[in-house]
Design a protein around this ligand. Structure first.
Ligand SMILES: Cc1cc2nc3c(=O)[nH]c(=O)nc-3n(C[C@H](O)[C@H](O)[C@H](O)COP(=O)(O)OP(=O)(O)OC[C@H]3O[C@@H](n4cnc5c(N)ncnc54)[C@H](O)[C@@H]3O)c2cc1C
Length: 679
């Protein structure tokens, strides 16, 4: 087949997979087309190798549960110590070349890479969604939600971390965490490379998105019209507008699996086991010591033991779920679902906070003459063309490298936050894209908006030039919680987000929407004749259009999670009954378990959560290294009980239990460091 034929083929496959509903089959199809056309993305020799069941040992020093954003970092950093053995257990598969393309970000939701959770219905949120439930995507793949996310790199506000410290968490103030943000970062945007707020030696590359529409400049200009500076919102000052920073490498997604695990793939002391669903953590009822985990790989149930610690990095939904399944949680809830209580820990699953945005903030505009028939903003039939595919496959450029959902972002202040301090309370996503411009294929499907609502609000403007400005509430006061449905580890937990249960949140959201609305009256947007889509949301007809009550009603109907749930195993001091982990991230009441992901945040940060969670994982590893150095120093005086003797015989490695002397595992091997198990 000719190259053009190949390109056309890939184009058709994309359309088919997006239109007919994503499924594993279509993704494989699309993926194999991509592997032919862009073999450079495949990175066959750099990828992590899945350890087969037969080669998994019975014991490791550390078992890391969940290979997502945080788990990939933890496994990578702990295995830097060649004297430690580390097992990473991940329920999903490896990421694929198709997940690398920024433009396809929303198409990854509701696929097998997504756990496909849904929120429970409530009175104040997600009212326009099917069954009143919002979709809650979470990555089920090596790299976790960093493979599904929009790749936006944001750290939050320095006050977030200073607040954590003031809540009784020493070592978590901004001055303490900044070095960890920098440690992981390889900032490639030239103007920030020599900046005290950025690092250049880390694994995680940060770039601008490679492709931008003309809207990007107009958004920045409109921000300046309103008096906002264009600046590095990850630097000294957060308030302002910016061209989005992305976790990207050569324009493509840089997940934590790509960034942190692929460089560690050759380490003999790190085993990564995919398709491995952890069902339970084993905790001794008497001593309260965690000593292993039970997991299921391809239908085979295995138990592995930890010599030192189990690190939970299963994310804000499943880290608490696993603690509950293992008997650590609120006693009354555990009784309710028939699980024996090992530790009554009332905070497990509580304190859940998430960022929400108000959807359907769609503005129509007239593109300048020179942009007719071109990709001024995202309009599906104009973007999914053979030319665009050619650009991607042959020239490594063009709209496939684009994130139209958030070309520009802004941190702005409503009247409810200090006008003096740099403490914005709203984030704006400025998008050369709106629900109508994708024909209902991406956004409608991902969010789960009902057909009748979509038809009423967007059908008449399908594929018309539009942009959207979504306001996001940075510091919600409303809190939700997570419960088990039953004691089956395969049942999805019940998620009660309780959005807008605190009325203050609605007030701030309404003011945020009004700031977004004000942009349309700037000289820049007036030149485009920007107009708000005036179709009334069904369910909000009783309110005067664009009154405060109307905006509030829109927020309650068109509620979008921005996918940042945190706080469900909160960190806090001893006197906080709800604190599940201490400031060294050790689970209270149990020995040898830590949580090292977004669940530990006592309060949500003022920005997207991926970078802060990478920071948490980086810091967690230093805490672990510190603690065990102390322990090991102590142990050197006595005996180390868990040493292995490593014997090499031609093509086989035998690992002997030092106490009884029997071989406990045979590993057909080609390990590079032959004697790393000798101590
Ligand atoms: C669609 C989407 C868009 C987003 N966009 C952005 C963005 O642009 N910028 C940003 O900063 N943040 C974004 N986020 C949020 C950010 O990606 C997450 O906060 C972050 O990735 C969460 O990291 P984590 O380590 O806590 O959990 P995860 O990355 O979700 O990792 C948890 C891992 O544990 C595994 N796991 C769970 N249970 C088990 C089990 N029982 N056994 C074995 N493995 C298990 C999962 O499969 C997963 O790999 C987005 C998230 C989503 C879903």
């Amino acid at each position: 087949m000719s190259t053009a034929g190949n390109n056309l083929n890939m184009f058709s496959l994309t359309r088919v997979s997006l239109t007919m509903g994503p499924s594993l089959g279509f993704f494989f199809f699309l993926n194999s087309a991509l592997m032919n056309l862009r073999p450079d993305i495949v990175d066959k020799n750099g990828r992590v190798v899945d350890i087969p069941n037969a080669r998994i040992h019975d014991r490791y020093d550390f078992i890391v549960v969940g290979g997502g954003t945080a788990g990939a970092v933890v496994a990578s950093r702990l295995s830097e110590n060649a004297n430690w053995t580390v097992l990473l257990l991940e329920a999903g598969a490896d990421e694929m070349p198709v997940t690398d393309m920024p433009l396809l970000f929303p198409a990854l939701q509701l696929t097998p890479f997504d756990w496909q959770f849904k929120s429970q219905p409530g009175e104040n949120y997600c009212l326009a969604m099917k069954e009143g439930r919002c979709n809650w995507p979470r990555g089920k793949v090596l790299g976790g939600s960093s493979v599904l996310n929009a790749m936006l790199y944001i750290r939050g506000n320095k006050r977030d971390y200073d607040q954590w410290e003031s809540m009784g968490n020493p070592g978590w103030g901004f001055k303490d965490v900044l070095p960890y943000f920098k440690k992981s970062e390889n900032m490639t945007i030239s103007e920030y490379r020599n900046d005290p707020y950025h690092g250049t030696d880390g694994y995680l590359t940060i770039e601008h998105f490679r492709y931008h529409s003309p809207m990007a400049q107009w958004f920045l200009q409109a921000g300046q019209d309103l008096g906002y500076k264009t600046r590095d919102v990850n630097g000294k000052t957060q308030t302002g507008f910016t061209l989005s920073h992305g976790t990207l490498r050569e324009g493509l997604r840089c997940s934590t699996a790509k960034a942190f695990l692929r460089p560690a793939r050759g380490r003999p002391n790190l085993h990564v086991s995919l398709h491995s669903m952890v069902e339970k953590i084993l905790i001794n009822e008497q001593t309260k010591e965690a000593h292993g985990v039970v997991f299921n790989k391809y239908g085979t149930r295995r138990t592995v033991h930890a010599n030192k610690e189990i690190i939970l990095t299963a994310g804000s939904v499943q880290s608490p779920q696993l603690l509950l399944l293992s008997g650590v949680g609120p006693a009354d809830h555990l009784h309710e679902v028939g699980i024996d209580v090992i530790v009554d820990s009332p905070g497990v699953g509580q304190n859940m906070q998430d960022h929400i945005a108000m959807g359907a903030c769609t503005y129509l505009y007239d593109p300048p003459e020179e942009f007719h028939n071109k990709t001024c903003g995202f309009i599906l039939p104009k973007v999914f063309t053979t030319e665009v595919v050619n650009d991607f496959t042959q020239n490594k450029e063009g709209p496939v490298y684009w994130l139209p959902e958030c070309e520009v972002m802004a941190f702005v202040k409503t009247k409810y936050t200090s006008q003096v301090d740099d403490h914005p309370d709203i984030q704006l996503f400025l998008a050369a894209y709106a629900d109508n411009t994708d024909g209902g294929i991406f956004s409608k499907k991902a969010t789960g908006v009902r057909d009748d609502v979509f038809a009423a609000v967007h059908e008449h403007i399908i594929y018309r030039d539009s942009y959207s400005i979504l306001p996001l509430l940075l510091r919600p006061r409303s809190k939700g919680y997570i419960k088990l449905k039953d004691k089956n580890p395969y049942s999805h937990p019940l998620i009660y987000p309780n959005y807008f249960s605190d009325p203050h949140d609605l007030k701030v959201m309404v003011e945020g929407a009004k700031i977004g609305y004000a942009l349309k009256d700037t000289p820049t947007m007036k030149r485009l004749n920007a107009q708000f889509n005036d179709m009334v949301i069904p369910g909000c007809k009783q309110h005067k259009f664009l009154s405060d009550d109307y905006w509030a009603c829109q927020a309650k109907h068109y509620t979008f999670t921005i996918y940042h749930p945190v706080g469900t195993t909160k960190m806090g001091p001893d006197n906080d009954r709800e604190a599940v982990v201490d400031p060294r991230l050790r689970v209270r009441g149990v020995k040898n378990i830590r949580v090292a992901d977004g669940s530990i945040m006592p309060t949500i940060v003022s920005g997207n959560t991926n970078a802060p969670i990478i920071m948490i994982a980086e810091k967690a590893c230093d805490l672990i290294k510190e603690d065990w150095r102390v322990e090991e120093a102590k142990m050197e005086k006595s005996e180390k009980p868990t040493d292995y003797i490593f014997v090499r015989r031609e093509h086989e490695h035998h690992i002997k239990d030092p106490v009884v002397g029997d071989t406990i595992a045979k590993i057909p091997g080609h390990w590079k460091q032959e004697d790393f198990w000798k101590k």
